[in-house]
Design a protein around this ligand. Structure first.
Ligand code: PLP
Length: 367
């Protein structure tokens, strides 16, 4: 279906910078520079500057960024890692793949980890905490870092949705021992396929992740450990280097769209808006997510009107029968799974399209 207001629109996005992207791709192909080459290094260096961290390591996905961060931090069998179920499955999956056990806590009204529940979830086996900066809003990291340091726990941030967002003036992904970013195409900064990044201030983590992403290769001939094939493709990095120049502008536009929605959708009894902007948090709106009554009815109505909407995790991850996590009771997570709906907020849509979405949501609740 051709939507009047699309949720993503890769072709239109591409058109806005086609010349630059074409020439970056052409250059990479002509030179035959594919694996761990200059564009990857340049992207890592640009991200070091953007995030204000000491090291960035390009990897092949956000999921691997989390997995390699956990492994580099020594998380494994016999350990517990505290995280949330109200996230993309990758957060929990990365923990499970280290051999550690995920311990799930609930989320608060901001849809991020309820940091007050973390202390009750700590056991002698707890090794790490993985907060998720969902929808482009940072978890209360100041409070969480206090708890982590009091209990001597590692923090690995799932910053896949938090690129550019801040809490108390500090960028998401720069608080913990390490953090994972994703450049999946639909992310605020998206590659033409899969790509990810580990950010850290710790020299040892930097060294270990560099080994792990490239089969433990210390030099051309010497292997330091068993590793993985999880390198950020030079071609993807070349595209990301072009797109990174536009990131600040795109974030600004996402925030403008959020402001239009916040104004246009206020005072509807059945609609709860995302957390108010401002205060300690700078939000980047990776997703603009409402909590609404009769969510499925609204989704159907909007799709019929040509508006593409997304419902993330209609079945909460801990209720996926095959995953064996159903012993966790998470009332907010379970409630939110019935209420959340993400509406279009890509930089490529116009104010008129935003207004159209607002009016169609208003129609639905005043019919
Ligand atoms: C996208 C995402 C990931 C995984 O990133 P991939 O690049 O798709 O592997 C992890 N966590 C969250 C919260 C995400 O949104």
């Amino acid at each position: 279906m051709n939507y009047k207001v699309p949720f993503v629109n890769y072709p239109v996005e591409y058109k806005t910078m086609q010349k630059e992207i074409d020439s970056a791709i052409k250059k990479t192909l002509s030179e035959g520079q594919f694996i761990l080459r200059e564009e990857t290094q340049r992207f890592e260096e640009s991200m070091v500057k953007f995030l204000g961290v000491n090291y960035c390591i390009g990897v092949n996905s956000g999921t691997d960024a989390l997995l390699l961060s956990l492994l580099a931090a020594g998380v494994g069998k016999g350990h517990e890692v505290i995280t949330v179920a109200h996230s993309y499955v990758a957060s929990i999956a990365s923990i499970v793949h280290t051999g550690a056990t995920p311990i799930l806590v609930d989320v608060g009204e901001d849809m991020n980890m309820d940091v007050l529940q973390v202390e009750q979830a700590i056991s002698p086996k707890t090794k790490a905490i993985m907060p998720v900066h969902l929808n482009g809003r940072i978890c209360d990291m100041t409070k969480l870092m206090e708890i982590a340091s009091k209990h001597n726990l590692i923090v690995i941030e799932d910053a896949a949705q938090g690129l550019g967002a801040t809490c108390d003036g500090k960028k998401g992904g720069s608080f913990g021992l390490a953090s994972g970013f994703s450049f999946y195409p639909a992310k605020t900064l998206g590659a033409a396929g899969d790509a990810g990044l580990v950010a850290t201030n710790d020299e040892e983590i930097n060294q270990k992740v560099r080994l792990l992403r490239d089969h433990g290769r210390r030099t051309k001939d010497e292997l330091a450990c068993f590793g993985f094939n999880s390198r950020l493709d030079n071609l993807q990095a070349a595209i990301l280097n072009v797109k990174l120049k536009y990131l600040r502008k795109w974030i600004q536009r996402r925030r403008e769209i959020a402001e239009l929605y916040n104004k246009g959708l206020s005072n509807i009894r059945e609609v709860k808006l995302p957390p108010k902007p401002g205060g300690r948090f700078y939000d980047v709106y990776q997703n603009y997510v409402l909590r609404v009554c009769d969510r499925d009815g609204l989704a159907l109505h909007l799709r019929e009107k040509g508006i593409e909407v997304i419902i993330s995790n209609p079945i909460p991850v801990h209720h996926q029968k095959a995953l064996g996590l159903s012993h966790f009771k998470l009332p907010n997570t379970e409630q939110f799974a019935k209420e959340v709906i993400s509406i279009p907020n890509i930089p490529e849509i116009s104010d008129e399209q935003v207004e159209y979405v607002i009016q169609r949501i208003r129609d639905f609740y005043t019919k």
